[in-house]
Design a protein. Structure first.
Length: 317
């Protein structure tokens, strides 16, 4: 990737997600300067040193960091990964209380230091925190949003690609709604190449994705994070890569369509709730929220997801 200007990405939080995002950003050349900030001095300095030792093997990106919050100053993008992590068996919404408290204390300082930055939340529950963050900061619409279901959609594309024996890049399918238990796929518009997914056949001509298989795939995506957390304690590599991908869309003004989560106003009857729907992401953050076609079942699922999130957001308003 060619970086046209000096760009500064600051990642807040040097835990498994923050360091994986920094690693992905360095390898992909997502920004010219990557800064890793955390209040744990010894931890963040060690992570920065370890990453810096690898920079001779990447492009022109450099890594710095530490525990001085002034490092955030003049960032173009700030990605917030700091917060309590999700424990085995714990839902994302159960994380809300402690992470809302962390955000309320930290976010005003970050905005003061980088008033022109785009802020991307990765900390869970990201939808609830996005609604809280918009209230705290009063930033312009689209300047603060979360990674939403970008990773969930990647999980779906990988599962479909494995079943169809095609490249994941040839699968066009999205997960929308809550980044959590009420998320769901937009099967009605999903395709493999130009073929509607529901019409895709195997070599014998049999339909490969009947309703039962679609339901199994949905279950596997919704529960993917729980499976990873149960086995290794955290999800970090894939969210690091997806976070770097979103950062690139902003810094390169790509106007890419990504299912990020931002606060919706008058979207299919939803107001004041942050959830993921296809959005144009470029310079300045979310530039436009798209009214994507949905069948009746999907529209009902979106309404259910919004109601679930609204109940949780109301606890912190």
């Amino acid at each position: 990737m060619t970086i046209a200007r000096s760009t500064k990405l600051t990642i807040v939080g040097a835990g498994s997600v923050g360091t994986s995002l920094a690693y992905a950003a360095l390898i992909r050349g997502s920004a010219r300067e990557v800064v890793l900030y955390d209040i744990a001095t010894a931890k963040v300095e060690a992570e920065v040193l370890d990453l810096a030792h690898g920079t001779p093997f990447v492009g022109s990106s450099r890594i710095t960091g530490g525990s001085d919050i002034e490092l955030v100053a003049d960032s173009d993008v700030v990605v917030i990964t700091a917060g309590a992590k999700q424990e085995p068996g714990q839902t994302r919404l159960e994380l809300a209380g402690v992470n809302v408290g962390i955000l309320e204390k930290m976010l005003p300082q970050l905005v003061a230091l980088a008033p022109n930055a785009v802020f991307i939340l990765v900390t869970n529950p990201c939808d609830v925190l996005t609604a809280v963050a918009e209230r705290i900061t009063e930033l312009p619409a689209g300047r603060i949003f979360s990674s939403g279901t970008v990773l969930d959609s990647a999980r779906l594309r990988w599962l479909v690609a494995e079943a169809a024996q095609v490249a994941p890049q040839s699968v066009h399918a999205l997960i929308v709604g809550e980044h959590g238990d009420t998320e769901f796929p937009l099967w009605s518009t999903a395709t493999i190449g130009q073929t509607p997914l529901r019409e895709w056949t195997d070599a014998s001509g049999s339909l490969l994705f009947p309703r039962e298989r679609l339901e199994t795939l949905t279950h596997d995506v919704v529960h993917a994070a729980y499976k990873v957390i149960a086995g290794k304690g955290a999800t970090n590599y894939a969210i690091g890569l997806s976070g770097a991908r979103i950062v690139e869309a902003v810094l390169q003004d790509e106007r890419s369509i990504l299912p990020v989560s931002s606060v919706l106003h008058g979207y299919r009857g939803i107001d004041g709730v942050a959830l993921s729907v296809p959005s144009i992401v470029g310079a300045g953050g979310v530039q436009r929220i798209l009214d994507t076609p949905m069948d009746d079942r999907e529209a009902a699922e979106l309404a259910h997801s919004a109601e679930t999130l609204a109940a949780s957001i109301a606890l912190f308003s």
